[in-house]
Design a protein around this ligand. Sequence first.
Ligand code: PBG
Length: 334
Amino acid sequence: MPATPIIAPFPATRLRRLRRTPALRALTAERHVSTENLIWPIFVTEIPGGEGEIPSMPGVDRLTLDGAKRAAERAMNLGIPAICIFPHSDPDLKTEGCERAWDPENIGNRAIRAIKEVAPDLAVMTDIALDPYNINGHDGFVRNGVILNDETVEALVRMALAQAEAGADILGPSDMMDGRIGALRRALEQAGHKDVAILSYAAKYASGFYGPFRDAVGASGRLVGDKKTYQINPANRDEALRCVARDLAEGADMVMVKPGMPYLDICREVKDQFGAPTYAYQVSGEYAMMESAIRAGWLKREVVMESLLSFRRAGCDGILTYYAPQVAEALAQR
Ligand code: PBG
């Protein structure tokens, strides 16, 4: 018997072995973020002088129609597959009847056509909800303080048809009314827009993280009450899954969880249960939190990529993020 054993005591598993060098780490990375995973939300203003930086979203500008065209060209050159248009509409033209929501000449529809002219291969996504055109900032019609479901769905259908007519590739109903996906799908089929996709904001929570967005579209200060009678309670998970199941059954092609980072458990669950194309919206408040801390020097910019990776790890196929162009640029330089 040798005095010292030949096999020294050792840890059973040395997981650090594969973390030792950049090459080994690259080889064993389980998930990646690539430009193909990005959807870039932009704000387009119809107000003269309305363009420029949004104070609560440092680094994000409201764009003119020309600015939107330039953004589309930039997205196309970077290889970002889709851009999503949000209108900053004239406050004097907001009404209780929200008639401008389905006007072919509203700023959203003009932006769709303008972008399709310069970047025909870029997928154009829209937002379907009445809030940019509603005098009280709600996503639906309001009567005696109550948000009307079925009347709103009628209006959303008109809005969707106008967007499809303008050339949108992906419609994004963000309103959370019941029955809207089925109604939109049937109307699109009937009008001959069989190939227009619906990305349902299926699991959209009543979140405080939308604050800066409401500044961006000029809905802040205007909103009477809150959106808790139609958006999901942040306490709920089963309900979100029922919303996704319902929207897929009604004809949604893709589904979204929104906001993103506080709801990664929902992303994972949706992907596992339904296996449908699943997206997360890294919303304005998430952007504002990270960007302000980065600008203050409290966080390094690498947190942006880390945040996007968390969505990929949680099962998301793509992410709507205001960081899309910067991230695509960084990826192109690698
Ligand atoms: C409105 C809409 C909102 C967002 C997208 N569409 C705000 C809301 O529901 O009040 C939020 C996006 C963001 O915060 O970045 N239908």
